[in-house]
Design a protein around this ligand. Sequence first.
Ligand SMILES: Cc1ncc(COP(=O)(O)O)c(C=O)c1O
Length: 479
Amino acid sequence: MELTKKGNSQLLSKLATSDQHGENSPYFDGWKAYDRDPFHPTNNPNGVIQMGLAENQLSHDLIEEWIKKNPEASISSSEGVHAFKNIALFQDYHGLPEFRKAVARFMGKARGGRVRFDPERIVMSGGATGANETIMFCLADPGDGFLVPSPYYPGFNRDLRWRTGVQLVPVMCQSSNNFKITKEALEEAYRNAQDCNIKVKGVILSNPSNPLGTTMDRATLRSLVSFINQKQIHLVCDEIYAATVFRSPEFISISEVVEEMECINLDLIHVVYSMSKDMGLPGFRVGIVYSYNDAVVNCARKMSSFGLVSSQTQHLLASMLSDEEFTDRFLSENAKRLASRHDSFTKGLNEVGIGCLESNAGLYCWMDLRQLLKEATFEGEMGLWRVIVDEVKLNVSPGSSFNCNEPGWFRVCFANMGDHTLEIALGRIRMFVGKFKSVAVNKSWQRNLKLSFSSQTAVVAASSPHIMSPHSPLLRAKN
Ligand SMILES: Cc1ncc(COP(=O)(O)O)c(C=O)c1O
């Protein structure tokens, strides 16, 4: 085995043999635990429930209904097959004009109609995953750094770093102010990077936030823009959850903010978007790079050859997204369903004394389990996480995998399952907390926890989780 590893390091590229992919984290370990023993209401009722996947399955019926009513939108139906030849032939990397136009309009609508997007600046990519990597390739060289407010989406470790060689420098946000990004934290991260001789090329963040489920207020966005403008570095806003906002305050896009501000270098502003969350279509792999910088648009467009969206998908979406009546109804109904799901889930948690960060967006809650930690450390968090995955059989994601710097926070997704499964998940949490409360008294709760809902002993044993430091490896090296 050792020999193979050594052999491979000589045979293969550094990229192929590096572990920068980020797969070695509890975030993905939890997914593997689910894959080994997936819950099914009848075939495997004691299996692991997947609560680690930020997927929106709540409004698929509306899309199905639209597809049935609009068979001509698909080239695979007798009503639409006349367009087959045109669509099947080679399409260049600009994308179908009607697709770019429909996406630009939809992006405006997803931001409350307060901003307009230029179809000429819409560049396609394979999901936001591809879009985020493309933008890194355009803005940074290997070794350059991007500041990223933490906790942050674990996929960033793969998407932004792995193939580009870019380094991520966390901007530490704290629970004491609901993890808001402050100017002080930005300045500190910038200084830390400089102390490590890292050239900072920009700030990247997701707004609405994954994992917090919160939206950034106007003042914070303005201060962020002032920060990057003063330093003359880039700002990349991943707005993949722009329309996944189900309650006030309304979402404010970076595009809206920069339009209001004066003396801002727009060449520094870039937006990433996708159809994966707001339309619930992650399988379609539709990602968008939208940049105000002409050179970036040109370069990203050339790069998009490596991750084009199939013209069949473009064709279907062009038609669906330009149906204004449908998109209006979809967005408002989807927001209602998300609000209702969020409320029933957080209410269920509250009933057993579990709180979440107050949120108004996203497909998840940022659950506060600090009171259940055996010790307030990341080892304590890992111990609790193992119990939750192995015994309670819920795949939730520990805060450390989001680079959170305070142990005890967990992200729990609530929109990727039906009501019945969610009820079962809540039942398991109820039982677990009840058991915890009774066992905690004699201080040996973790050893004694065996939950009666499962007749099996825990065999899930998520492969031994690598405890991700809440600090960047860089900053650790420095300390
Ligand atoms: C903030 C953020 N960016 C990007 C992605 C990747 O999205 P896509 O499926 O469009 O590649 C996700 C998916 O969870 C995400 O949460």
